[in-house]
Design a protein around this ligand. Sequence first.
Ligand code: GCU
Length: 653
Amino acid sequence: MAYTKCWLAYPAIAGAACADLTVSVEGAGPILDSARAELARGLAGLYGAALTDVADGDIRLGVDTALDPEGYRIHAENGRCTIEGGSDTGVLYGVFALLRAAQMAGCAWKDLTVQEEKAPANRMRMLNHWDNLDGSIERGYSGESFFFKDDVVLVDEARLADYARMLASVGINAIAINNVNVKHAATWLITDRYYAPLRRYLEIFGAYGVKIYLCINFAATMDLGGLDTCDPCDPAVAAWWKEKAADVWANLPDLGGFLVKADSEGRPGPFTYNRTQADGANMLADAVAPYGGHIIWRCFVYNCQQDWRDTKIDRACAGYNAFMPLDGQFRDNVTLQIKNGPMDFQVREPVSPLIGGLQHTHIMVEFQIAQEYTGQQRHVCYLMPWFRQILDTDLRTRPDNGTVAALIRGAGNGMAAVTNTGNDDNWTGHDLAAANLYGFGRLCYDTTLDPGAIADEWLRLTYGDNPPVEQTLHSILMRSWPAYEKYTAPLGVGWMVNPNYHYGPNVDGYEYSRWGCYHRASFDGIGIDRTPSGSDYCHQYAPELAEMYASTDTCPEELILFFHHLPYDYRLKSGKTVLQHIYDTHFEGAEEAARFYDEFMGLKPYLDEETFARMEARFAHQKEHACEWRDVINTYFYRKTGVEDAHGRKIYH
Ligand code: GCU
């Protein structure tokens, strides 16, 4: 089977076939060519109309520099349409927006009325691929890489172009194509071994307004340069990078820049030489600055050699401790990329305090749509409701608006997600995981969008006007994250997964390991004390939030075990004990997963056979696997406490 077109299928609008249309394009260039081509594709699919070029077309595309460079304005009425963009990219975004509006309206072309003006909420709207040069994908759940195989950079023109179209259609404007863990052949991406195919990437993605970034190995001076150090303050190291940057940009002129994981999980970095993270980032920033290059420096820095016996170290504190003292010390072409929470993409975490703390540093918030800890694209887990909550969180570190969405506006700031694509025919393993890819882009561009409305768009664009499919899958998508949260680790405590591959329940999987992610369940209770009597992580927040988290009375209950160690018989606001809450949510979550399966089965008449079979297998697995989660967790806590379920449901002893 050829790979699917996802939300760019442009299924015909019933009864809306129309005569051929004309277009006039003011200006020229690869991005405008893409815009025109996309318009032609869309109109052919939706209305069966061919598009021809004339001087004064039914549809006019052009640039109005008064608009935001990545913004657009659409006016469509009575069969005529004008799309203006602040730049060629804005025009392209406008074309995608028009085609989206046409599908949502579902009417004849002549009846379509659109009046829309938009500008992006964020400048950086990025995806991070964790693709390795051998073709594997770290935390990849949808096949292998379509960028690399056997240490070769693949140039599958058609697939790359279709991927670039998908990105531009939702406003993604940057991708890092290789894994942040840069080892082996990947270190050589910044050498002439790979320049030729990468140049083609720059052209293909550039024609859709997408910048390419490369992840680099901080120790490249040693691995490639023959130096015996990568000390960022060593002049020989800085000189090597200056020369390297000149060579890279001479060969890859439109490269966006480098993304760097340093001093993290075994990766080399400035700490080895008692230098700061700013020393490392700035040295690289100076090297790439002459070419307009950008350094994205990750803040996922923590001690992964922790001793579980030592209850004083708290991994949650690490990012803030390492980066807050450096606020204001980074060059203007450096952006710090901060994971949304202080731990690692759990189903629920508080928002990282570093996001609000940094006042004089460019930041991007890093999300993960690869569902590493949220069902690995075998369980349905639509993450936009969760991301929207994060964006709406006010960290109270600004006098006016301290929401995450506000903090990431402006030059050098934005959002990134570890992406969920691979070479599977449907791109994302689970068909419904494509809603996360679509939704993430839409939410970056407009952080005020409603997750339900995003889901509706995605469903309409993917399945056409198909009410049973739209209604059922909308409902499943919107219930999926809460369901997943219910049958996995309770009340914000996180983890409880099998080590290494992170799939399936294992309550003590990380409890006695070096990774710093503990739940501290014992005979007397569960949870981590992050108040002043414990690690005091809560005081990394502004005073109002610190107080809120520090008290069990005001701490949001969905995070209560993240901040507090509580007895099993502690009463939550619902009147239930912590233990009974754990039992209840696990029974409810598994029941919900069973309902997803049943509801999905009702869609058999409305989906093509192949799509139905692919999804059925996933829903069946989820249903069964949710029971495994329920039973492992419930039994674990029954065995810790000896207390039966108040409702006498089956708990294995
Ligand atoms: C997680 C993930 C790793 C990844 C790391 C990172 O720990 O499990 O595979 O390398 O995050 O974000 O760098």
